[in-house]
Ligand binder design. Structure first.
Ligand SMILES: [Mg+2]
Length: 181
């Protein structure tokens, strides 16, 4: 029995968006990172909550999910962001780089077609701040067809909250029990 994937976004989930005053939550610590393709004298400032690493590890250690980065940070999620949260090397979905000016070029999240093909018929819980109604419909349709799919959508200005991971744990535990029955 395959555990469901836990697809993890970063921007708006682990790195909250600044509010109107340019502030980020006091829970988050500043780091400067150098993404692939940038020079060392041109780092990017990110804000991360160290508690997120611990909370994610609590979920990962249950063994009930297969965690995978699903973010435009791509491999940098594994090499740059994960280590700052003391996470082990997690695999990442190698998303395409479409020339788009909106994250919803067809009315739904630009990642979704690629994720849909990548998942095939695997169950998944997907945390991203940027789903539209069409993405939620997609998740319901997948579930109705027998592929359990849960979307969790944090407020991008607040990012991931402990209750989101409680929801993940509860959902995967129920799924595990239902399949074992
Ligand atoms: Mg995002």
């Amino acid at each position: 029995m395959r555990p469901p994937y836990l697809l993890l976004d970063i921007d708006g989930v682990l790195i909250p968006f600044p509010d109107a005053e340019g502030s980020t939550p006091a829970t988050h610590a500043r780091h400067d990172v150098v993404p692939t393709g940038r020079s060392a004298d041109n780092p990017v400032t990110v804000w991360l909550n160290p508690d997120h690493g611990r909370l994610l590890m609590d979920v990962i250690r249950t063994g009930l999910v297969t965690p995978v980065w699903c973010t435009s940070w791509r491999q940098d999620a594994t090499t740059l962001i994960g280590p700052l949260l003391r996470l082990p090397d997690l695999p990442y979905v190698d998303l395409p780089r479409p020339q788009i000016t909106t994250s919803h070029p067809n009315g739904y999240l630009w990642k979704r077609d690629h994720v849909d093909a990548w998942l095939d018929d695997a169950p998944a819980v997907w945390i991203d701040d940027d789903f539209t109604g069409l993405d939620h419909e997609w998740a319901v349709e997948r579930t109705v067809k027998g592929t359990a799919t849960l979307l969790i959508q944090p407020d991008p200005h607040l990012g991931l909250q402990p209750e989101h991971l409680t929801e993940v744990t509860r959902w995967v535990a129920q799924l595990h029990t239902a399949r074992a029955a």
